[in-house]
Design a protein around this ligand. Structure first.
Ligand code: AMP
Ligand code: GLY
Length: 412
């Protein structure tokens, strides 16, 4: 079997490492990959849907797995299916559940999925008139994809008005800001649940906690994710029942009502408040850095569960009882201005954790930084403290110029 994995993050490295030992897989290709994937497969410098399709035809790829949202929203699954290429992920129309917050909010409202109260706007003046009648804080979201930056929690009317102006008039995120979703602010803690879909049913993984803020103690700007732990210690059985009843079940009913029977991943971004579990958003893919912690605990053969889902078979996911901690090491300055090209030293001295590269690439026989989130360190233990000790010991061993990471991942 030849596999193609689309994406370059530590998420894709985690998928690759999980598939690596499978004897049925003869070769793995990565578009565009990173230093991890370069050492266990072949990186392919192609990123357009058409380029990837031609590559998959030429190399007779047996299965393609898509990591990031952009190719899904661009229709990679439709294109591959049109050429009889096997691919795990939703079609373009289904990926709109992530690609359009207006569409996903309407979906949630139509199918009675527990979510924040919200109104969708296409016209600037109507949005402005609306926020003048609302209490604060208020959440303002650009409907389209904005690389995780299109959500602003406005503390007062002035901030709300200027955000609406930036999104709809200045178009700081381009077409993503043509439509807005304006919603009530929910106070609580967040959890991520990712489920496999076999077209008929959804099979959720253990809940994960993602650390979104750049700084220790949840300070500083939002990032793509500075670490994760699984299973989320905050998410109780009761939260889970609430999730199943008010989010998972009506989501599946909604998908069927729209005649959507996709095979891929669906990610539920949850906010747990005093009044229970709310759905903030869907992502139609695996999360990063959630995947790193999930893969560390998943006991199933990943290739088997994906092939079973593609065949429409039911799966039974099994997770270890251990705790997983994933720590993300970043280039100084991330998520703002960064410098790259620095050698990552002492990788061979890491003993306790798995090193999963992201913004790191091979330069000759050296590994150098090439992005904001450079690598993930992942370890498991009987307790979070044990797993935490391992990743932090290894983080102190690895060195690159201007490295930075949070000190409190997995600390409760
Ligand atoms: P989203 O892309 O919709 O998940 O929003 C990104 C982040 O903004 C979430 O992970 C939350 O931290 C925050 N957020 C989104 N919606 C709300 C809300 N209604 N109340 C409070 N925080 C929110
Ligand atoms: N960690 C959240 C995401 O992948 O979007």
């Amino acid at each position: 079997m030849k596999i193609l994995i689309v994406g370059n993050g530590a998420r894709e490295s985690a998928i690759a490492m999980k598939l690596k030992s499978d004897k049925r897989i003869s070769k793995m290709y990565f578009a565009q990959g990173n230093a991890t994937t370069d050492s266990i497969g072949q990186n392919v410098y192609e990123d357009s849907v058409e380029g990837l399709r031609d590559f998959a035809i030429k190399e007779r790829i047996d299965l393609t797995i898509v990591g990031p949202e952009a190719p899904l929203v661009a229709g990679i699954v439709d294109e591959f299916k049109a050429h009889n290429l096997k691919i795990f992920g939703p079609r373009k129309r289904t990926a709109e559940l992530e690609g359009s917050k207006a569409f996903s909010k309407k979906f949630m409202q139509t199918h009675n999925i527990k979510t924040a109260k919200a109104v969708v706007f296409d016209a600037y003046q109507e949005a402005i008139d609306y926020v003048r009648t609302q209490p604060f804080p208020l959440v303002i979201k650009a409907s389209g994809l904005a690389g995780g930056k299109g959500v602003v929690i406005a503390d007062d009317l002035a901030e709300a008005e200027s955000t609406i102006h930036q999104f709809m008039i200045e178009r700081i995120y381009g077409d993503a800001g043509i439509q807005l979703v304006i919603e009530e602010y929910l106070r609580g803690f967040e959890a991520s649940i990712i489920a496999f879909s076999n077209g008929e049913k959804l099979f959720p993984c253990i809940p994960v906690k993602d650390y979104k803020k750049a700084g220790t103690g949840d300070t500083g700007p939002n990032t793509g994710g500075m670490g994760s732990v699984a299973p989320s210690p905050e998410f109780t059985e009761e939260h889970h029942r609430d999730f199943e009843e008010n989010i998972l079940k009506p989501t599946l009913e909604g998908l069927h009502a729209y005649n959507i029977r996709f095979k891929g991943f669906i990610f539920f971004g949850l906010m747990i408040t005093e009044n229970g579990t709310y759905l903030l958003e869907y992502n139609m893919r695996l999360g990063d850095p959630e995947t790193q912690s999930i893969m560390a605990l998943l006991e199933n053969n990943l290739f088997d569960v994906i092939t079973d889902c593609l065949a429409g078979n039911d799966i039974e996911l099994k997770f270890s009882d251990k705790k997983a901690v994933c720590l993300v090491m970043c280039s100084g300055g991330y998520p703002r201005q960064i410098e790259t090209g620095f050698e990552i030293r002492n990788i061979d001295k890491v003993h306790e954790s798995q090193v999963l590269f992201a913004g790191a690439r091979m330069k000759g026989d050296k590994v150098v930084t090439s992005g904001g989130r450079v690598l993930s360190l992942v370890a498991t233990g009987d307790t979070f403290e044990e797993a935490r000790k391992k990743v932090y010991e290894d983080a102190r061993t690895i060195h690159f110029d201007y490295e930075t990471y949070r000190e409190d991942i997995g600390k409760f």
